[in-house]
Design a protein around this ligand. Structure first.
Ligand SMILES: NC(=O)c1ccc[n+]([C@@H]2O[C@H](COP(=O)([O-])OP(=O)(O)OC[C@H]3O[C@@H](n4cnc5c(N)ncnc54)[C@H](OP(=O)(O)O)[C@@H]3O)[C@@H](O)[C@H]2O)c1
Length: 240
């Protein structure tokens, strides 16, 4: 397969980010695979992507640091293919009561989940001269009042606002959309028991398969009339 275009996926070493990266690789995109701490998983994912016949380079960066975003793009500029897609998937979800949440837990979520997609989009837009697509990975929590995760919830709500603002500013060359999953893959911040209880409350009574989230990314690639929207894929979570 020849790689005609380049896609960047942040937090792409494992879990949902990896699913986005593999989806794009299967469509023939070269992949700039960003990761931060998961070096082994990144190495494994890079191999899986290269086995699909496309270029893939791992790029390690702490995206809470603006200078590391510049560094990431200095590597991106080494690819020969033109940048076409940016998927902002990296995120953190600090837990804490809003009355006691520490500044660090506030800043880490806002810096990674909101400021990094903004700075990455600024840099990507400079390179997407022949058109492009930016996809921000939000969360159904953006519509909720998850008081156990104040900085995460606020960051995702603001990310959806940023999605609309950038869609308007970067049109017509660049489309900007978001995907808001509900429950997909349990992380360590939620116990298995809590997760099962949450899943049991969902109208569709199950968590999503990663492919049910990545198919929203494929829809956004294929439908070139979509911009400024958030696609909710939540098994009915927003209804409860
Ligand atoms: N999982 C779900 O059920 C679910 C549901 C709704 C929405 N979402 C959203 O979907 C996206 C992916 O979810 P996920 O569960 O797969 O994510 P995740 O495992 O919680 O984290 C994604 C990645 O963020 C990276 N990261 C953490 N701190 C970083 C930093 N300072 N700088 C750069 N990268 C950093 C990590 O990379 P390393 O591992 O390399 O350190 C991690 O792999 C997120 O935006 C999440 O909010 C997920």
């Amino acid at each position: 397969m020849t790689s005609k275009s380049l896609a960047i996926v942040t937090g792409g070493a494992q879990r949902l980010g990896k699913a986005f990266a593999l989806t794009l690789a299967r469509r023939g995109y070269s992949i700039a695979l960003h990761y931060r701490g998961s070096a082994n998983e990144a190495e494994h994912t890079v191999r899986e992507i290269r086995d699909l016949g496309v270029d893939c380079l791992p790029i390690r960066a702490d995206l809470t640091l603006p200078e590391k975003i510049d560094f990431l793009f200095s590597i991106v500029d080494e690819f020969k293919s033109p940048l076409k897609i940016l998927v902002n998937s990296a995120a953190v979800m600090p837990a804490g009561d809003p009355r006691e949440l520490e500044v660090q837990a506030w800043d880490s979520a806002l810096d990674l989940n909101l400021r990094a997609p903004f700075l990455l989009s600024q840099q990507a837009a400079k390179r997407m001269t022949a058109g492009g697509l930016i996809v921000n990975i939000s969360d159904i929590g953006a519509q909720k009042t998850w008081s156990r995760y104040p900085s995460y919830t606020v960051s995702k709500a603001a990310l959806e606002s940023l999605t609309k603002l950038l869609a308007r500013s970067l049109a017509p060359q660049i489309r900007v959309n978001a995907i808001a999953p509900g429950l997909v893959l349990r992380s360590d911040v939620v116990t298995e028991e809590q997760w099962d209880k949450l899943v049991a409350r969902l109208p569709l009574r199950r968590a999503a398969q990663p492919e049910e989230i990545t198919s929203a990314l494929e829809f956004l690639i294929d439908n070139e009339y979509m911009t400024g929207q958030t696609i909710v894929v939540d098994g009915g979570y927003s209804l409860i």
